[in-house]
Each structure stands twice: as C-alpha cells, then as structure tokens.
Design a protein around this ligand. Sequence first.
Ligand code: HPA
Length: 241
Amino acid sequence: MLAIIGGSGLAQLSELQVTHRQVVRTPYGDPSCALTFGRLGEQNVVFMARHGYGHSLAPHEINYRANIWALHNQGVKGVIAIGTVGGIRPDMPPGRLVVPDNIIDYSWGRKHTYFEGPERPVVHAEFSSPYDVALRERLIRAIGAAGHRCVPGGVYACTQGPRLETAAEILKLERDGADIVGMTGMPEAALARELELPYAHLCLVSNWAAGKGGAATVEFDPATGAAGVEAVTAALRSLLA
Ligand code: HPA
C-alpha cells in the first residue's frame, strides 16, 4: 500500500473510492487529520491531507513527525507527497509538474527529527539523495504514461513561510541552485528517511516565484489549477494501475 499526502488544492482525491477513515494518535501528537483508506486504480492507498481537511494548518504548524509516523505505522511501502510550489527556473511555469531530485532546507524551528531526547540514540540519517530513486522513477514514468509532461529533476527549496519570499530571497535561492520553492517539503522528506520509508515528491507549480513574473501568490489561475489537479490525479491513477 502506498500513502499519498495531498497538499494545498488537493485536500481530497476525487477518484479515491473511500472504504474507511481512521483517527490515529502517535507518540508525537496528532496528525493533520484522520487517515482516509480506499482504492485508487487497482491498489489500496491511504490518503492524508497535509494541511488538514479544512486547510486549517499553516506549513509551520503541521505536525510532520505525527503525519509520517502515522503513515509508517500503517505499514505503507512508500509515500507520494504532493505539493504546490513557486517556479524559479524558466522551464517551470505555472501548471508544470516537477519531480525534484534534491532539496535545500531553509525552514527552521520545526520538529524535524525522531532521534532526540534522552532515550533516543544519536543517528545521522544518510540524505545525500533525499528522494527514493525507484519511487521517483516510477512516478516519472507514470506521469508520461498518463500523457502529461513533467520536469524529471530539480532542486526543491523549502522556506519557512507562511509569508512568500522577497524577490531578493528568490535570487539567493536561485544562486544556491534551487529551481522550485515550497514550504512543506521539509522536514517531511527527512522524517520519512529516518523511518526508512521511500518518499517521492510530486510538485505542481502554482505560480512564478517572487520577482519571476509579477507579484507572487500561491493562488492558481483557475484554469491552470484545474488542469494541474487533473494532471496530478491522472499521474496517480497511472502510478497505481
Ligand atoms: N513560495 C513558497 N511556497 C510556495 C510558493 C512560493 O512561491 N508557491 C506555492 N508554494
């Protein structure tokens, strides 16, 4: 069973045939929402809305540890994390799908590890390649098989939010090597790695990053948003066929 974490604009999966919902508690507190179990295509999946079902949690308020723990506890074999991002690179305009292959983390003050406290060992998780190679490749193939384009690589910058970046901050991120920018990719990916849970990121560009095409907003142009959600859904359907 795979887990799907839905981000902004994808708080539910229209095609999921829901079988049941389950409230899960964890040693790290409550996840963003109850887990939704169901079938998509030919497979069982568990779905979670990262921001809660009413989009009530800002990126820095999300209990990433509880979310990843809850999914891991269900025995899932991997996580497809969906997120909207701002596009920095010219070939990553609004509406484009990107499957990043690396991360720079600019977030701060979030509970970002399971390995802390007196009873926990000191563990330095290997993270040079933060996404699971095989799951990324499956995802990229599925997007193509569904007839959609994606950029199969790129560096995801995770900012703290909830405010958007300044134009100067985006130029700095660009100089650092970032291609897209979002607020929720970390510590989610690192926590999945700590639990040895394969994790891949499916990013939908919602806007040009600040200074890259007018004032940045996380709002989609409605037509682009609808097409993007349809592309993400088609990719998931193809992945799970
Ligand atoms: N910046 C940060 N996070 C985002 C953006 C952005 O421009 N768009 C969507 N999430």
